[in-house]
Design a protein around this ligand. Sequence first.
Ligand code: NAD
Length: 482
Amino acid sequence: MSLPVPTQATVYDAAVVGIDATEMRRYAVRSPASGEIIAEVADCTVEHAELAAENAQRGFESWRRTTAFERAALLKAWHRAMLEAKETLALTMAREMGKPIREARGEVDYAAGFLEWFAEQAKRVDGDILPSQHPDKRLSVLRQPVGPVFAITPWNFPAAMITRKVAPGLAAGCSVIVKPAEQTPITALMLAELWREVGGPAEVFQVITAERPAEISDTLMADARIRKLTFTGSTPVGKHLYAKSAATMKRMSLELGGHAPFVIFDDADIDAAVAEVMASKFRNGGQTCVCANRIYVQRGIFDAFAERLAAAVDELRVGQPEDEATQIGPLVSQAGRDKAQSHIDDALEKGARRLTVARAVDGLFVAPTVLADVTSDMRIMREETFGPVAPLIAFDSEAEAIANANATPFGLAAYLWTRNLGRAARVSEALDYGIVGVNDGAPSVPQAPFGGIKDSGLGREGGRYGIDEYLDLKFVSTRLDG
Ligand code: NAD
């Protein structure tokens, strides 16, 4: 790959066909760990968005006519190229978003997994023949690509949130324009470069970078040629885009915020439960939409669980993202850091107890924290924290745990730990969430459906279901002559 890992104001262009880079305005991307500028990236405008839409329409017309086998072969080649570029991509993610390098390598594997999975699924887009009550009629159902797709992605998984959308879109025969988060454009540009290197048509997958997302988005949302929006990000922005989509009646997939409960029953293996809570809560510094945000522990094991979790959290190594030993890096932005810290401060002011050491940290770092005596009036119990803070709440009965877990407008992921098979089935069925982890704090895999209900969004990504979001059904009724 010829694109360099960002260092001290490396300059990048947008991956939009026909763009004139000479007059291009640029914006600075900073390392959240050091605060230094690491890149200058194209700051695209309305006219670039219009150009991208024209390209995407042209790209769609030819791409839709390729066979599923051709599309699968390209996606497989892209998958291999991504794995070959693993170290470059991982280092780029560590620099632009502050993800610890070992986790960043894991993200490359996870992200590439969607390319491989949907390369295989491309060949499974089939149709149906329906019975007819008329002897001279033949009824069939075709599944056809929806058309050019606009994808808006967040910064917390700079590679995987792109491949989870682009791979099913391309596999189905759609063209895709990605607008990555302004904090993490470089990984996205690298993915576009790898796509072109393996022979992928440049008009079929484009990346439009911009510091102010709204003007790009407004242009593409108003463009009737764009037939679908797929968005991962916060619930307020998702709702705003949902309303905007009405004007051009776009298909929508919305992967929005969460407020995941993790319920630990008193029959749990405490050490195993601590390990799964750690995996769920502290991955990516707590900056994932499926991170546990409320940890309910049954009263009989509350003290033992709290003590062991706090000890494990005190062992977490906070440090520079590129350091192999680092487990917790900085948060992505000042706003993100301030929000997580304010959740800790608000809880402590209202009577919560800090069970972990109050480590001194600076810059965008937040000390990993476990809080006990948390009550429902604290902000952390209602708002998504997106930081390394674990609030613990005691409960008595199964019914109380289910009611507490469901008492939120969100419905993305929920977790429970029990060795009781009946309880595992009862509680997982009663939880109002799109994803449930039973004794499993990290359930996401490319072959499973990912997505939520209520304020957590619409539609599913991944699995054999993910490609349906990029396909329209067409019913063909044929009357035979004679
Ligand atoms: P955000 O909504 O501010 O930004 C997400 C994306 O939307 C970015 O690309 C941003 O540029 C763009 N955006 C922002 N305002 C826009 C506007 N007015 N018009 C068009 N695009 C706009 O979210 P964030 O705070 O950067 O990301 C974190 C959020 O994403 C969290 O709430 C998290 O739960 C959610 N998230 C959800 C999933 C999921 O799959 N459900 C995955 C990761 C993150």
